[in-house]
Design a protein around this ligand. Structure first.
Ligand SMILES: *Cc1c(COP(=O)(O)O)cnc(C)c1O
Length: 436
């Protein structure tokens, strides 16, 4: 399968090149040239299949031309070595718990897959050193750092906004050492993202070192997220839902996660419609209403992994729907909630249903509560474990919550980080110095 740029001004490339480059040279995002439709036989047996078994078939359809079959099977199964349970929260609302991986957030899936795929591509290039640059508002950094820890031929630079990620999130990428380097940027997440984007476009840097991204702009990060949409759909049908009335609600920031779902639908998964749930960063919500996309600076919220003012994957959504506002609004609706609304939902769901949401899941749950029609069944993606946002969640429910041992382990490590200004020249000099 070849990959093309959404901007359409650069050449089609192989999967390996798309993964190693991250962003296309024309500043566009890579998309698969076509979306293989999965056969009817696959859908018929879906409810009986395990998550790894269905993931292997989806991976074969997408990446089978580019990766040796047994290697692809192995890396797909390794990626998914934890469970993704579907939990009933209310009569017609289900939580897809994506927080049972090593860093307790959904990004583990994409990051683990990408790290293994890059390791596979590096096997014949023993001298190659790939530098992964990743801007994070919290969860990406931890998932990518842990996914790539000790992968041969890869170095990871995690850029995060000073004072704007939770203690636990920070510990998950600043205490690893080895091939993982944390950079504390004196600025916002958008500043971090802008530094990374600039680095990819800087000729001198790209001559001196191989740079790639592990943000959801990378095809190897966002496409594997498709696996769990198939699984969630199948489990919901198995639980008795009407297969024609399944709605998926995705708490969205950079819109990589929801884009993977939209592509799953393109490949034949009959999800009826999607809801993109936003916090106060309402750029997409406004686009749905007005047809105009107006990026703005991100504002800080209690669902901080969604504090994004210019979502990168918007370009992919436009591309999927040929820029038709009408087609987009037919399949996707949007919501936006204030911190107070998020907190109220978290508190109330805990009290009334006995289910503890994290702030991101709370955004999505509220969107289902307000938008689900009586004949529909809703799945929301619970993207992180509530303990990742311990202070916030405890403040809301006025009760202490336990930190899972997987997280506790990170807090015991020693923090190592390099402070940098949100200044491209300073960042560039730092990278160049790091070569030696
Ligand atoms: C990253 C993240 C999101 C947003 O996902 P996108 O793919 O960027 O839209 C939502 N919730 C949590 C917990 C996250 O870490």
């Amino acid at each position: 399968m070849k990959y093309r740029s959404t901007t359409g001004k650069s050449q089609e490339v192989s999967l390996e090149e798309a993964v190693v480059k991250g962003l296309a040279p024309d500043n566009g995002l890579y998309m698969p040239l076509s979306f293989p439709e999965l056969p009817k036989a696959f859908f018929d047996k879906l409810p009986e299949m395990s998550l790894p078994d269905m993931a292997v078939e989806i991976a074969q359809a997408l990446f089978g031309e580019d990766v040796d079959k047994s290697a692809l099977n192995e890396l797909t199964r390794e990626t998914l070595n934890f469970s993704i349970p579907l939990v009933k929260v209310d009569e017609n609302k289900y939580s897809l718990e994506l927080f049972h991986g090593p860093t307790l957030a959904f990004k583990d899936v994409g990051a683990r897959f990408m790290a293994r795929l890059l390791g596979y591509f590096n096997r014949d290039n023993k001298d190659r050193l790939v530098n992964v640059l990743v801007a994070t508002s919290g969860d990406t950094g931890s998932a990518v750092a842990n996914g790539f820890l000790d992968v041969q031929g890869v170095r990871v630079f995690v850029l995060y906004p000073k004072g704007k990620v939770s203690k636990i999130q920070e510990a998950q990428f600043t205490t690893l050492g080895s091939n993982i380097e944390a950079l504390e940027i004196d600025g916002t997440f958008d500043d971090c993202q802008a530094l990374v984007k600039k680095a990819f476009l800087d000729e001198e840097l790209n001559q001196k070192m191989m740079l790639t991204s592990a943000n959801s702009i990378n095809v190897a990060r966002f496409l594997p997220q498709m696996f769990y949409y198939f699984y969630a759909y199948a489990q919901t049908v198995k639980a008795g839902a009407n297969p024609d009335n399944i709605v998926v609600c995705v708490p969205s920031g950079n819109f990589g996660n929801i884009t993977a779902g939209l592509i799953a639908k393109k490949m034949g998964l009959p999800i009826k419609r999607f809801i993109a749930a936003n916090n106060a960063n309402d750029i997409f919500f406004n686009y749905l209403r007005s047809g105009e996309y107006v990026p703005k600076s991100s504002v800080q919220t209690i669902a901080n992994a969604m504090d994004v003012g210019n979502p990168s994957n918007f370009a992919r959504i436009l591309d999927l729907y040929e820029s038709s506002h009408k087609s987009i609004t037919e399949e996707i609706s949007g919501t936006t909630y204030s911190d107070k609304e998020i907190a109220d939902t978290l508190r109330k769901t805990y009290k009334d249903k006995g289910y503890l949401l994290d702030p991101h899941g709370a955004v999505a749950y509220r969107a289902l509560e307000e938008n689900l029609r009586p004949e529909e069944t809703g799945i929301f993606l619970e993207t992180a474990h509530p303990a990742k946002f311990k202070e916030t969640v405890e403040g809301i429910i006025e009760k202490e919550i336990e930190i899972p041992s997987k997280l506790q382990k990170f807090l015991e490590g020693e923090k190592q980080t390099t402070p940098l200004l949100a200044d491209f020249n300073e960042f560039k000099n730092f990278l160049i110095k790091s070569i030696n």
